[in-house]
Each structure stands twice: as structure tokens, then as C-alpha cells.
Design a protein around this ligand. Sequence first.
Ligand code: FES
Ligand code: FES
Length: 158
Amino acid sequence: MSKFLLHINGQDHSVQAPDEESLLSVLRNRLALTGTKYGCGEGQCGACTVLMDGAATRSCQIPAAAAAGAKITTIEGLERQGRLTPVQDAFLEEGAYQCGYCTSGMIMSASALLHDNHSPTDEQIVTAMNGNVCRCGTYPRILAAIKRAASLSAGGTR
Ligand code: FES
Ligand code: FES
């Protein structure tokens, strides 16, 4: 058991958790940040993606204690004063979801991509999003949403 500080969505959270407990588990089960989803638990689906110091990161694969000191952003931390980011707006406008289970992970990965590359090609988008799985098969609309977000504003999420 360790005690440590996590910096999430601009706020510090004091956490006490077993050394091996994942960041995903701490987010969902200790801090009630349930926008980040549990899919496979094995680093294969991307449902649990958060940003760690700006990089898309599988929170199921990181012990929470190892995330101490990093700037963590979850889906709950993207909006600013009630305004969604261009990526969130574009997902809504394109209807880039069906059940929605993969969506927060998709949006976090897309946000990281567009922060680093304001005008990605289709191929670059597909490559960047390759680790995010959608069981509903909404990939064409996800691609359209990311292209729309790029044309809207080139990210602007962090
Ligand atoms: S739940 Fe983390 S990658 Fe699937
Ligand atoms: S919208 Fe259902 S898993 Fe992607």
C-alpha cells in the first residue's frame, strides 16, 4: 500500500492504494472518474486511454503510483467552462459512436494526435488510432470526426 498524489484535470488528489493497483482502477473506483472505461484490461482496446503529460496512455497498464507527478487528463477534464473541445464537438456532429463505450478513449487518443499533428492525413489518423477498438464498427464516422476536428481548430485540448 502506498500513499501518493495524483494531478488529474488540474486538481491534486491524495490517494492510498496497493502498489499494483492500476491508474484505471484508481480513477474509476476511488475517484469516481468513470468516463474512462474498462475494456480488456490488457492494453489491447484503448477504452481506458487518458493523457499523461499529453501522451495517450492506457491507464489499465500503469500502476497508479507510477503516475504520481504526471499531469493526467481524463475525458472529464477536456471541457473548459462548459465548452467542449473541437474533438468532442466533431464526434457529436459526425455521430461517431453507437454504444459509446469506446468513445472516451477514442476522443483522448484523437486529442493527443491533433495536439501533435494539426493536419494529419487519413493514413496518419488510422495509424494513431490503431490501438483503439470499436466493437460497434463506427470507424468511418470516427475518421470523419477526427478530420472535422482537425479542420475546425487543430486540437486545442490542453
Ligand atoms: S482496458 Fe486498457 S487497453 Fe483495454
Ligand atoms: S461505439 Fe460501441 S464500442 Fe465503439
